[in-house]
Design a binder for this molecule. Structure first.
Ligand code: ADP
Length: 164
């Protein structure tokens, strides 16, 4: 199977909100390619390899019609190189809207074939972001309801070793 839509992001780390969008994308589009992006300007808590393995582990056995890839560069270039022009994004609240609107129009300006599709996040996860997870974990707070258990375990290890 070759997915017809992309879901790109940092996934640093993957949260229950991301998993929810992935499952929704499979339901709506029949499949999805999740692309973990590398941006040289960004400082990540988890390196690319770890982000990929946490995503794989979080998805468990249920990976039918889900592909995983990585990319260092502009999303529109990934689209062109792979012939996939539909990009799925998760919309949590109005606060996401401005940013997503700007990104969608920028991507369209860069490549008019690229369409952005917003999927409304699960109401249980509208408050949830990778940065919130990192912030709570940094002070040893409970993140078990925000992330898959493998992520919780790795975050705990990072906290205990002083990396977080
Ligand atoms: P980026 O670096 O692009 O912000 P993220 O990994 O933070 O990457 O997010 C990737 C996508 O997932 C974005 O479309 C974002 O809006 C969406 N997203 C993040 N958290 C959630 C959530 N809790 N529920 C639904 N969508 C989410």
């Amino acid at each position: 199977m070759s997915a017809s839509v992309l879901y790109a992001g940092s996934f640093d780390p993957v949260t229950n909100g991301h998993i929810d969008v992935i499952r929704r994308a499979v339901k709506v589009f029949g499949g999805v390619r999740v692309v973990l992006m590398v941006n040289s300007q960004k400082k990540y808590l988890f390196d690319l390899e770890e982000r990929v393995s946490l995503l794989r582990e979080s998805l468990g056995e249920d990976t039918e019609n889900i592909e995983i890839d990585t990319f260092n560069g502009l999303l529109v270039d990934y689209c062109e190189q792979n012939g996939i022009y539909t990009v799925v994004r998760g919309l949590r609240a109005m606060t996401d809207f401005d940013y997503e609107f700007q990104m969608a129009l920028t991507n369209r300006r860069l490549n008019s074939k690229v369409e952005s599709v917003m999927l409304i996040a699960n109401a249980n996860y509208t408050y949830l972001s990778s940065s919130t997870v990192k912030e709570v974990a940094r002070y040893g707070g409970d993140i078990s309801f925000m992330v898959p258990s493998c992520v919780e375990k790795r975050m705990k290890e990072k906290h205990e070793s002083g990396e977080l």
